[in-house]
Design a binder for this molecule. Structure first.
Ligand code: MN
Length: 286
């Protein structure tokens, strides 16, 4: 059975002790097995507190981030790449410190609109960085997932096919595909082929609706996607990701262009999404 996860942005926009307690308690209360932490600023997170709360609530953890233009491994400048690696290793340390199993997201790139295609040298730097990160993560028992994000959020690759080419260059078994339905809706031809292509190299899944609101209220072909996951024998995490201006993370909200209220009640949203994924998988297995 897949662990069902929920992104912390459904609950909180920061990591004060109160926000941390709220996010973990609500994730468990609404039935989830895993919480995805935002790892852009690991220093903001009290890892001892998170570790204790995870144990208390019986939750697992993953962490995600997107790099930024001033600290980006997808860059020609060695100094910018070095800062990107500092960010990645800081996030890996965070996952390890809380006992998490997955570090995912835009680890290979800035999460943002590039003004031009990736250069060969920038790509080689990103490949080398993900290889280095994957090696160290393997020693710590953490899996790496490079998220396939849309063209406005990276210039490196925007499809699973592109991610697999990139991972072939990385050449490390601990580096896997992180597939997100929100991005797939923009870039892929359908919701089955990318899952089939990734096959056993699929390491992490984000379920997000085409407008990042309530699952089932947009244009994602859920029955086909859930069926593809079941047919592929995917057993990794399936994490619900949704953003609304009701919850503001000062970094993330602007990066992801969260300008409107798609919901204001995270509790109702989370319960609905949990049911949606459970029912979808059950139907697909039947
Ligand atoms: Mn995502």
């Amino acid at each position: 059975m897949n662990p069902l996860g929920i992104h912390a942005a459904v609950w909180v926009g920061g990591w004060s002790p109160e926000q941390t307690r709220h996010a973990l308690a609500k994730s468990a209360e609404t039935g989830y097995d895993l919480i995805e932490l935002t790892a852009n600023d690991p220093a903001a997170i009290d890892t001892d507190l998170v570790r204790d709360l995870l144990r208390q609530h019986g939750l697992r953890a993953a962490a995600s981030l997107g790099l930024t233009f001033d600290a980006d491994v997808n860059n020609e400048d060695p100094e910018v790449v070095r800062r990107g690696l500092v960010t990645l290793h800081g996030a890996l340390d965070l996952v390890h410190a809380v006992g998490g199993e997955h570090l995912v997201g835009a680890l290979h790139t800035t999460l943002g609109k590039y003004p031009a295609p990736a250069t060969a040298r920038a790509r080689a730097n990103s490949v080398a960085a993900i290889r280095e990160l994957s090696e160290r993560a393997a020693e710590l028992g953490v899996r790496i997932g490079v998220e396939v994000v849309n063209r406005y959020e990276t210039n490196l690759f925007n499809t699973v096919a592109g991610a697999l080419d990139f991972l072939d260059e990385v050449g490390h078994p601990n580096a896997l595909v992180h597939l997100d339905t929100y991005h797939a809706n923009i870039e892929e031809g359908d919701f089955e082929r990318p899952v089939r292509l990734a096959a056993d190299r699929l390491g992490y899944v984000h379920v997000g609706e085409s407008h990042r609101g309530y699952l089932g209220s947009g244009t994602v072909d859920w029955p086909r996607f859930y069926r593809a996951l079941v047919d592929a024998g995917y057993t990794g995490p399936i994490t619900f990701e949704s953003f609304s201006s009701a919850v503001v993370d000062p970094n993330l909200s602007n990066t992801l262009a969260v300008w409107r209220d798609l919901w204001d009640d995270g509790d109702a949203l989370a319960r609905h999404a949990h049911r949606h994924v459970q029912d979808g998988l059950r139907s697909a297995r039947a």
